[in-house]
Write a protein that binds this ligand. Structure first.
Ligand SMILES: [Zn+2]
Length: 250
């Protein structure tokens, strides 16, 4: 089960980090307490469990207990786990190097706050979606930003003492940016151009895909390409004029 293999690799990762494998709209399979197997659709990604709808019933299932029905979706999500492992290892290494070896690193489900430093708990939190989806240079910057908070102490906030340390570490000495207003505006503007049923194309990892929007989730569209469903951020979508070139490659 892929969720479990994820946490075995780095000690900063916990079972709930297997959330990276799933998106709202995914078709998943899981075992029920009576030993049966159910198939359903992920409706919501809660911090530790997914809410899965199976016909009329709703289940909440730990991420490590879920498997994708669609093998290509599972394959598609694997790089996220690899990336999360790499970020965990990098953050751990940077924390140790800067004398924070007693501090703990955890990922959370925050979307707007990229990172957080909790001095009392000696804890640095990183947004899991930021770690997995944003460019490595930005993620490194967030890690260094939080390390600077840890070294400067909570009373320094984003003042001169923090700025000096952030600068020394090579972090951009700016306050922790939540999801930029710009990014949100861009997403909402892109989303307004589409509705369910639209034919769209998008490029993911160098390949062009064509399909139909089957659901408009808050941040991403679920796009069906043949029998594969993709979850695509709105800014990546283009309106497709249907060209009949045989079945789409997916
Ligand atoms: Zn900050």
């Amino acid at each position: 089960m892929h969720g479990q293999s994820l946490c075995a690799q780095a000690d900063s990762l916990r079972p709930e980090d297997a959330q990276v494998f799933f998106e709202v709209g995914d078709e998943v399979r899981f075992r029920t307490p009576d030993g049966g197997t159910l198939t359903g659709t992920v409706e919501k990604l809660n911090p530790k469990r997914a809410r899965v709808r199976c016909g009329a019933s709703v289940w909440t299932v730990p991420y490590t207990g879920l498997q994708h029905v669609c093998a290509s979706t599972a394959t598609d999500r694997k790089p996220r786990a690899t990336r999360l492992n790499a970020v965990a290892a990098q953050a751990r290494d940077l924390m140790d190097r800067h004398g924070l070896d007693e501090w703990t690193l955890r990922f959370n489900t925050a979307r707007k706050k990229l990172g957080e430093c909790r001095a009392q708990q000696k804890l640095i939190l990183l947004s899991r979606s930021h770690a997995v989806n944003d460019p490595p240079a930005q993620v490194t910057d967030t890690i260094l930003h939080e390390i600077a908070h840890a070294l400067a102490g909570p009373s320094a906030r984003h003042g001169p003492a923090w700025k000096a340390i952030a600068h020394q570490l090579g972090a951009t000495p700016k306050s922790c940016a939540p999801e930029g207003r710009e990014a949100r505006d861009r997403r909402e503007a892109a989303k307004a151009k589409f509705r369910a049923g639209d034919a769209v194309s998008f490029i993911t990892r160098g390949a062009l895909h064509t399909g139909t929007i089957v659901r408009m989730n808050p941040k991403r569209a679920k796009v069906k390409c043949g029998d594969v469903a993709w979850s695509v951020p709105y800014p990546k979508l283009n309106a497709a004029t249907r060209v009949d070139r045989g079945p789409p490659k997916s």
